[in-house]
Design a protein around this ligand. Structure first.
Ligand code: OGA
Ligand code: NI
Length: 342
């Protein structure tokens, strides 16, 4: 038998009703002093991009310039008219919620193995003194198909597998257009950024002490970019800009896309991989579905030629297998993109 993680999930901690274990407590000097974890934060001001117009020769210009401004300023944008119906997005959200509401024994059938990210469980615990995030995840690679480990794909609720597969297929069109739009918005040839992707879903169960724990520690994503369906009712996602936290808006029927470290590298720093975190809520659990678009592991990632010049010298080294390096740094709260700087 394979070894299963011996750590409790956040859901098990909640069910045990034994109070908040110390390992989740954030140090009081976490750099959050002027904006406490449970304090009010202003909302970020990011545009909605109409994906159906982004590549249109007649109406695309305005969308491309909105995209350029949002990604260089915030690294985040809302995407509307993405071709996936609200009913379908709702179905994914409901199935995910249903899965996390199942009894522990049912979910444990899909438990991830130690040292592996795929499957259901708490986040990886890599050292004894690691402060834990208040988060459980169901982490699945959905693409390419030969990388899917179906033993981690829930058979309950019915339709979960099929719907996730359909979502993956539908996302292809969004991802392709978004890659092309980013290239065009930087004056580059359409296909320079195009590549492959993987996917996951996660949740943040209700938390007893929102001022002391964190749903997801501050981090940048290790992806090209990330497609996010945030919870429609429960806020929590915040982005850092010029040293201040801002909350992400909840806009129905849109997909939130944020730039990841690899896109920052490819765009030679023009598009920003924003630091973000998730704060918890004491009454409600929060569910979100994130898809990380990551390049094939054999690809070398570096600033594209068209964005390097005498006026804008190359900022990053060439990186390979960045995603592997990423998980270790993530749990240590270190940004691996620092190591890629020239
Ligand atoms: C992530 C992340 C945000 C959210 O998993 O990288 O930032 O709202 N998620 O779940
Ligand atoms: Ni993230």
């Amino acid at each position: 038998m394979e070894e299963k993680p011996k750590f409790k999930t956040v859901q098990e901690v909640v069910a045990a009703n034994e109070g908040l274990p110390e390992r989740y407590l954030q140090p009081l000097t976490g750099g959050h002093e002027d904006q406490p974890l449970n304090g009010p934060v202003p909302e970020m001001d990011i545009p909605s991009i109409d994906l159906s117009l982004l590549l249109s020769s007649s109406e695309g210009r305005q969308e491309l310039s909105k995209l350029h401004s949002a990604l260089s300023k915030w690294g985040v944008v809302q995407v509307m008219n993405h071709g996936i119906t609200e009913a379908f997005l709702d179905k994914i959200y409901k199935l995910t919620k249903h899965f996390f509401a199942l009894p522990t024994e049912e979910k444990q059938k899909y438990a991830r193995d130690i040292g592996n990210v795929q499957g259901y469980g708490s986040d990886m615990i890599l050292s004894d003194d690691q402060i834990l995030d208040w988060i459980d995840r169901l982490f699945l690679t959905t693409y390419p198909e030969d990388q899917q480990h179906l033993k981690f794909w829930p058979e309950v609720p019915t339709g979960f597998r099929k719907t996730l597969h359909e979502y993956t297929m539908k996302q292809h069109a969004v991802i392709e257009q978004f890659f092309k739009g980013m290239a065009r918005s930087l004056g580059l040839e359409d296909n320079v950024f195009l590549d492959m992707h993987g996917e996951n879903a996660r949740m943040y169960p209700p938390c007893p002490r929102p001022d002391m724990v964190i749903g997801a520690k501050p981090h940048g994503d290790g992806s090209d970019f990330t497609l996010l369906l945030p919870d429609k009712d429960v806020e929590g996602l915040q982005f850092l800009k010029d040293g201040k936290w801002y909350k992400a808006p909840i806009v129905p029927d849109t997909i939130l896309i944020n730039v990841g470290d690899l896109m920052e590298i490819m765009s030679n720093g023009i598009y920003k991989s924003p630091v973000h975190r998730v704060v918890t809520n004491s009454e409600k659990e929060r569910i979100s579905v994130a898809t990380f678009c990551v390049p094939s592991p054999d690809k070398e990632i570096q600033p594209v030629e068209g964005l390097v010049s005498e006026a804008r010298p190359r900022l990053y080294k060439t990186v390979k297998k960045y995603v592997e390096l990423y998980f270790d740094s993530y749990q240590q709260g270190i940004r691996p993109i620092q190591a890629a700087l020239i």
